[in-house]
Design a protein around this ligand. Structure first.
Ligand SMILES: O=P(O)(O)O[C@H]1O[C@H](CO)[C@@H](O)[C@H]1O
Ligand SMILES: O=c1cc[nH]c(=O)[nH]1
Length: 231
């Protein structure tokens, strides 16, 4: 048991899927896991452990933003021995050729806030686990799922004061925006474990298209199937 996770020792698998939305965690558990058992309800941040294709795997919500995912990732690693942390999240596209429902794997994650403080104003470059990245690409290819991979922006705000500010990131090749990957990659690096963020495009800042809240909670099948293949 840790401060924010009530699970018993051993109740969480070495590999965990981490959606921001705890209801997406519940949905993934109900639709993909066999013999799933709920290990956390603290703050309604639902977490489950079951099996997928005979392999033990967990799934749990992280909440929104770097501070929230950093709390859960730290406790999962230090109190429960989790080794592979795989974010499965939604993201907003910054590029014309990154379209709604596309799957994006974050090779690196830029950020605006917490790492500047952590590294005394210098720029740390949070990067994906090469091992998980390579495995995810292999899994996607085997399942004939098209992916895009590159730099993403882990923003500290969902509603930017200046909407046009995204264009600067877009000009430098950043594929999309979400709010957690940079925090997850940094915490994983500190504790020498593996992390990867697989994202589905739910909105486009370029075209203004968006998916519904229900779709964000319950779909994104391709991203989830790649992530489950990493167990
Ligand atoms: O769909 P999730 O995983 O929550 O991810 C994205 O959605 C939230 C904003 O709506 C932020 O957490 C962002 O990173
Ligand atoms: O536009 C978006 C969509 C999902 N998540 C974000 O952080 N931004």
């Amino acid at each position: 048991m840790s401060l924010h996770i009530e699970a018993e020792k051993g109740a969480i698998a070495e590999t965990i899927l981490l959606p921001g939305d705890p209801l997406r965690a519940k949905w993934i558990s109900e639709h993909y896991l066999k013999d799933a058992v709920c290990f956390n309800t603290v703050r309604n941040m639902f977490g489950y452990t079951g099996t997928y294709n005979g392999k033990r795997i967990s799934v749990m919500g992280t909440g929104m933003g770097i501070p929230s995912i950093s709390i859960y990732a730290t406790e999962l690693i230090t109190d429960f021995g989790v080794q592979n942390l795989i974010r499965v999240g939604s993201a907003g596209s910054y590029q014309e050729d990154v379209k709604i429902r596309d799957t994006v794997i974050a090779m690196a994650a830029s950020s605006s806030g917490i790492n500047k403080t952590r590294f005394n104003g210098a720029d740390y470059a949070p990067t994906a686990s090469f091992e998980l990245f390579q495995k995810a690409v292999t899994t996607a290819n085997a399942k004939h799922i098209a992916i895009k991979a590159g730099n993403v922006f882990s923003s500290d705000e969902f509603y930017a004061d200046d909407f046009e500010s995204y264009k600067k990131w877009a000009d430098f090749g950043v594929l999309c925006v979400e709010m957690e990957a940079a925090g997850l990659y940094t915490v994983a690096a500190k504790h020498n474990v593996n992390a990867l963020a697989i994202l589905t495009i739910s909105d486009s800042l370029v075209t203004g298209e968006r998916t519904t809240a229900k779709e964000r909670e319950t779909t994104f099948k391709e991203m989830i199937e790649i992530a489950l293949g990493l167990a």
